[in-house]
Design a protein around this ligand. Structure first.
Ligand code: UD1
Ligand code: MG
Length: 433
């Protein structure tokens, strides 16, 4: 589509009360700016991100995910404000869609809505119960937009208006080039406001098209409280899509799923489950309070209270409570209780007894544990990596295995049991008899 997009992300975000740039604060696992760029890329190949405050940090973050972004530096010292932000943007196309960088809930379809309009100036507004902080949209009685007044500049009567500026605009590039130089900073904040372009259009008898949209997609995040509100909205959205696709969730309000997680087939998620970054769940049951991060589960059952850490693959496996798995591949494996399996590869038919530990770290490096098919690892065993346990091995309960074990063996390492009759009474005295 032939539209340029500019995302304004140069502000200080003072109301966030954080050293971290506002647009890098995350919801559903990814920064606000990431979410906006991801959606913007679906409709434009000419994306400009305006930066100033901590620009290098933001650039580095974004370049981990996206190429072909034009970074524009705002001349903040001379032209602070959202109007100043746009001054140095040089769009490739005749139309430019401008977005605030703090609206993480906007989706490509919402953006497309603007592109259907052919007015030279298009803005958007929504009605909200608490318009605090938003610019108010001032209209005449025929609901023609006259201007936008910022909260800090608004009169008592204007503050009563609950129709607010959403912070998305579509301009003819020509209109923008002609009018940006005319912006002034004669307002309470001494800033150049992009919103003043609306009254300028009105004064030039250029029709301002105002689109009514929903707060659900366009809310601006200015504080950490707003961040939590946006998170709730995005979570509801993510979970609704999965449930409509056949996933069962008990008490979905207690479940957290990051935005790139994939779930397929007849999957069940019980309450309190967290599915983090990069995870893929296929036909699996995840029981209460389990966490899966950047891992793949297929035809498996985990939890309650299991933790699957990054780079794990579980296929046809059953993992019980208090089992931690990291960077491991398990296929057809059972590990029912209280174990740590790290940097391991475990094959089908193998049973990992309660309290098994793969000792993968010697204080300097991490080492691998490889366990074959049909191995029975008795409870409370330690496997000192690097180690290979071949197929059909039995490891007796309480054994510390320090070397590779050949196919079919029994491994047993125990101190001889010592029993001293009536020792209790000798030690504590006869009165305890
Ligand atoms: C802005 C609008 C307000 C609207 C609201 C919607 C203006 C003047 N006001 O207010 O009418 O109701 O969004 O959420 O536009 N930024 C820059 N350079 C700057 C200042 C800000 O790039 O010099 C960026 C910020 O990083 C942010 C975006 O512009 O991503 C919006 O700035 P913010 O300070 O949040 O504006 P609001 O007060 O929310
Ligand atoms: Mg804002």
């Amino acid at each position: 589509m032939h539209v340029s997009i500019a995302i304004m992300a140069a502000g200080f975000g003072t109301r966030m009360k954080s050293k971290k740039p506002k647009v890098l604060h995350a919801i559903s696992g990814f920064s606000m700016l990431y979410h906006i760029i991801k959606e913007a890329k679906k409709i434009s190949d000419d994306i400009h991100v305006v930066l100033h405050h901590q620009s290098d940090l933001i650039k580095e973050h974004i370049s981990n995910y996206f190429q072909d972004i034009t970074y524009v530096l705002q001349d903040y010292e001379n032209f602070p404000g959202t109007g100043g932000a746009i001054k140095n943007v040089k769009p490739k196309y005749k139309k430019i869609l401008i977005l605030n960088g703090d609206m993480p809930l906007i989706e490509a379809n919402d953006m497309k809505y603007f592109l259907k309009e052919d007015s030279k100036v298009v803005m958007s507004s929504f009605t909200c119960i608490n318009p605090m902080g938003y610019g108010r949209v001032v209209m005449d009685i025929s609901r023609k937009v006259l201007k936008i007044v910022e909260h800090k500049d608004a009169s008592k009567n204007e503050l009563l208006i609950n129709s607010v500026n959403a912070g998305v605009y579509l301009f003819d590039t020509e209109f923008l080039n002609q009018n940006l130089p005319k912006l002034s900073n004669s307002n309470t904040q001494k800033e150049y406001y992009i919103t003043d372009l609306i009254s300028m259009a009105h004064e030039q008898n250029i029709e301002v098209k105002a689109i009514q949209i929903s707060e659900e997609s366009f809310m601006g995040v200015n504080s950490k409280y707003h961040l939590s509100m946006a998170e709730e909205i995005m979570q509801k959205r993510i979970k609704k899509r999965f449930m409509e696709n056949g996933v069962i969730m008990s008490l979905p309000s207690t479940i957290y799923i990051e935005s790139d997680v994939k779930i397929e087939g007849e999957t069940v998620l019980q309450s309190g489950v967290s599915l983090l970054r990069g995870s893929k769940i296929i036909n699996s049951i995840i029981k209460t309070n389990s966490i899966v991060e950047n891992s793949t589960l297929k035809n498996s059952e985990i939890g309650p209270m299991a933790r699957i850490r990054p780079e794990s693959i579980l296929i046809d496996s059953k993992i019980g409570n208090f089992v931690e798995i990291k960077k491991s591949t398990l296929q057809g494996v059972k590990a029912g209780h209280l174990s740590y399996l790290g940097d391991s590869q475990i094959d089908s038919g193998t049973n990992i007894g309660c309290g098994t530990i793969t000792c993968n770290y010697n204080g300097k490096e991490k080492h691998k544990t490889i366990i074959g098919k049909n191995v029975f690892v008795g409870s409370d065993s330690q496997l000192i990596a690097p180690i290979v346990i071949e197929d059909d091995v039995i490891i007796a309960s309480g054994t510390t295995v320090t070397q590779n074990i050949k196919k079919g063996s029994l491994v047993l390492a125990r101190a001889k049991l010592k029993i001293i009759d009536n020792f209790f009474y000798k030690f504590f005295g006869k009165n305890n008899a």
